[in-house]
Design a protein around this ligand. Structure first.
Ligand SMILES: *[C@@H]1O[C@H](CO)[C@@H](O)[C@H](O)[C@H]1NC(C)=O
Ligand SMILES: *[C@@H]1O[C@H](CO)[C@@H](O)[C@H](O)[C@H]1NC(C)=O
Ligand SMILES: *[C@@H]1O[C@H](CO)[C@@H](O)[C@H](O)[C@H]1NC(C)=O
Ligand SMILES: *[C@@H]1O[C@H](CO)[C@@H](O)[C@H](O)[C@H]1NC(C)=O
Ligand SMILES: *[C@@H]1O[C@H](CO)[C@@H](O)[C@H](O)[C@H]1NC(C)=O
Ligand SMILES: *[C@@H]1O[C@H](CO)[C@@H](O)[C@H](O)[C@H]1NC(C)=O
Ligand SMILES: *[C@@H]1O[C@H](CO)[C@@H](O)[C@H](O)[C@H]1NC(C)=O
Ligand SMILES: *[C@@H]1O[C@H](CO)[C@@H](O)[C@H](O)[C@H]1NC(C)=O
Length: 358
């Protein structure tokens, strides 16, 4: 009997220890983080993104802080910049973890982006009409954009110094103009994605980077589609080589001016890149199923009709490795959690055996 009692106490003690540790571990995890420094960042393990306040053009005329909520499930940026409106102050962003990067441009099969976002000026009603007046009154110059960096150098494609940038402006007021807006041919370079036309502009920025900007014809405040046709258009038209390395993919708000405190907020997002041949690609391009023995360098397939892409994206079977950020956030059991399941089982097995032996 004392053995049974000892076994029982040991069992209780193990469970208690395990519980205490798991609970304490959760308490220690910062769920909500505020980033205010120039390049303060938070790297999430719950969702496959890092977050960076990135106020690289801070000229002392304002402020910007990024709030990362629930370990990266959503984020918001609160800012005000009252200085000269002709320079970029900040591009606070979320950035895709680099598991599948860098990738050669012609090998980027699907760029799935979903989510919803808003830009709200404080002191005005939140409705669209009042906010449109607010953007004018406060000379808001900011966008919501996907931002990507490329290089012919595989190493510097993933960091500072990558010489080429491709942006997709999903939302912007008319005060915000893309680089090269007067030398480009947007009426020719137009591609429809997700029921919205995007037109291409090309120019160089002050850092000497070669910048391509796709501008949506209508403001978008939500998305759920494959934006890869905007990448393939560029190399298929010969504007860039398809052999370039795409090393970084971000989503955020580029800010040049905000007369009053303004908040950019994003929720429910999923950002994922699929390479040609990736088994989980929800929208594989025809070239990957070609029956040629070896792929030729230049895929010959058409730039995939973007209208059919929504259907195939939403009909993809749910899978732990799908593009959904929420599914990626289900953590595997940690070693401690495994031990906490196994040890009590072993202890109870032995206390049971001891009881029978007595
Ligand atoms: C984190 O922020 C969210 C949204 O504002 C809130 O619901 C939640 O309670 C916060 N969590 C903590 C631990 O403060
Ligand atoms: C964040 O963590 C991932 C691994 O989980 C790593 O690949 C990535 O480089 C990290 N990002 C930053 C900005 O530190
Ligand atoms: C495309 O990427 C996959 C996965 O990294 C790789 O196996 C394949 O060789 C790449 N193909 C090309 C043409 O770069
Ligand atoms: C995104 O959509 C959800 C559900 O409709 C809504 O509750 C949330 O406020 C939206 N967020 C933004 C930033 O628009
Ligand atoms: C990155 O590599 C490209 C191509 O080799 C080069 O032109 C560029 O100067 C490099 N940038 C840096 C910062 O090393
Ligand atoms: C996109 O532009 C083309 C012409 O360039 C036009 O035929 C098409 O209807 C437009 N699509 C939308 C959704 O406006
Ligand atoms: C986006 O919204 C702003 C404010 O309502 C408006 O002024 C602007 O014309 C819109 N831009 C596009 C491309 O629809
Ligand atoms: C689903 O996930 C499993 C395991 O991660 C993987 O082996 C399988 O190929 C995936 N299926 C699809 C359709 O993505």
């Amino acid at each position: 009997m004392p053995d049974l009692l000892t076994g029982f106490i040991a069992l209780l003690a193990t469970w208690q220890l395990c519980f205490a540790r798991v609970v304490r571990a959760q308490d220690d995890t910062p769920n909500n983080v505020t980033l205010c420094g120039v390049s303060d960042f938070y790297n999430s393990t719950a969702v496959p993104y890092s977050f960076n306040n990135n106020k690289w053009g801070d000229d002392g005329t304002g402020f910007s802080c990024t709030n990362v909520l629930d370990q990266g499930e959503s984020f918001s940026v609160t800012f005000q910049w009252r200085g000269p409106a002709d320079t970029v102050k900040a591009f606070p962003y979320m950035k895709l973890h680099p598991e599948r990067l860098p990738v050669q441009l012609w090998n980027a099969s699907t760029l799935h982006f979903s989510g919803n976002w808003s830009m709200l000026v404080e002191g005005y009603d939140n409705g669209p009409e009042a906010q449109a007046i607010a953007y004018d009154n406060t000379a808001l110059k900011a966008n919501a954009a996907i931002d990507m960096f490329l290089s012919d150098d595989i190493t510097n494609s993933t960091g500072l110094g990558s010489p080429i940038e491709i942006m997709i402006w999903l939302w912007y007021p008319p005060t915000m103009l893309p680089l090269g807006h007067s030398e480009s041919t947007p009426q020719i370079d137009t591609v429809e994605v997700s029921g919205t036309n995007f037109s291409l502009y090309h120019g160089w920025n002050a850092q000497g980077q070669n910048v391509f900007s796709w501008l949506a014809h209508q403001n978008m405040t939500s998305a759920d589609d494959d934006f890869a046709p905007l990448l393939s258009y560029i190399w298929k038209k010969g504007l860039l080589s398809g052999a370039l390395y795409l090393g970084q993919i971000e989503f955020g708000a580029e800010v040049m001016h905000a007369g009053e405190t303004t908040t950019f907020e994003a929720n429910n997002y999923g950002l994922k890149l699929y390479r040609e041949g990736d088994k989980d690609d929800p929208n594989p391009k025809p070239t990957s199923t070609a029956s040629m023995s070896k792929p030729t360098i230049m895929p010959t397939g058409q730039a995939g009709s973007s209208t059919s892409s929504s259907a195939s994206t939403t009909s993809a079977a749910p899978n732990a490795s799908s593009s959904n950020a929420a599914s990626a956030s289900i953590p595997a059991l940690s070693l401690r959690q495994k031990l906490c399941i196994v040890i009590p089982l072993v202890v109870s097995f032995f206390s049971g055996t001891l009881m029978f032996m007595n």
